[in-house]
Design a protein around this ligand. Structure first.
Ligand SMILES: [Zn+2]
Length: 249
């Protein structure tokens, strides 16, 4: 599919998918109704254990379109594979830079939304699914709690859990309510967290627009808390566990 997309992107043609099954893939020219007979059939070969293009009916007879505009077959999945290296090297890379990178390499200026989606998919590919990592958190916190009984441990774990829950809260008033509870209950930890602007680590304040930045800054936020708790032996344990689980890049 990447090869088909790349051919169309490079040459300015466009296709639509007619059939997409686990063992069969058919695409045809977007200008089929205008008379372009280009059609491609691919199937999954069980013997070769790979996809094979079986048949391509004629060349595109439609006119290739403007190479500088966005391209319908340049979708976010394809963009993710294009920008994966950049995103891996710098998870907070700006969408603008990624758009420029694609423009340089392929000549297309993609729309912001596609760049954003592509970056999210690249982040998931590079660092695993963040949301899943956070969903797993309560389970391993429970395990740590069992093996390390003690009030300081429990207090720290509680702070972390609340920070995570706050980060993913969608409503601003609820975020404020949680923050004020945390501020009064965990003064020390919060002198650190309050140094990071809300729009950098909470979904409610970044409008979901900068999810990628949020997750990177959330990681920074955790590191701030860890820094604040440096003197406590538990921080090393928790940090090691975090790294092992690939939750902090
Ligand atoms: Zn065509």
């Amino acid at each position: 599919m990447n090869a088909i997309k790349q051919y169309h992107i490079d040459n300015g043609y466009k296709f639509v998918v007619v059939e997409s099954k686990s063992d069969r893939y058919v695409a045809r020219s977007i200008h089929h109704d205008g008379g372009c007979q280009w059609r491609l059939r691919a199937s999954f070969s069980k013997i070769q254990s790979q996809w094979e293009i079986k048949k391509i009916d004629v060349q595109h007879s439609c006119l290739s379109t403007n190479l500088s505009a966005d391209h319908v077959n340049l979708d976010s999945t394809h963009i993710a594979s294009m920008v994966l290296t950049s995103v891996k090297a710098n998870p907070s890379v700006r969408i603008k830079s990624l758009i420029a990178e694609i423009k340089n390499l392929y000549g297309y200026t993609i729309i912001y939304r596609k760049g954003w989606l592509g970056k999210q998919k690249a982040l998931a590919l590079a660092f695993g699914n963040w949301e899943q990592s956070y969903n797993d958190l309560p389970r391993w916190l429970e395990a740590v709690k069992e093996s390390n009984p003690g009030t300081i441990v429990q207090l720290l774990l509680l702070v972390w859990l609340m920070v995570f829950k706050t980060a993913y809260e969608m409503k601003q008033p609820i975020v404020q309510a949680k923050l004020s509870i945390m501020r009064s209950e965990f003064k020390q930890a919060f002198s650190w967290i309050d140094r990071i602007p809300l729009e950098k680590w909470t979904q409610a304040y970044d409008g979901g627009k900068r999810y990628g930045h949020m997750t990177t800054n959330l990681a920074k936020c955790i590191n701030f808390v860890l820094k604040g708790a440096r003197s406590l032996p538990i921080s090393a344990l928790v940090k090691a566990t975090f790294e092992e689980k690939n939750m902090v890049s």
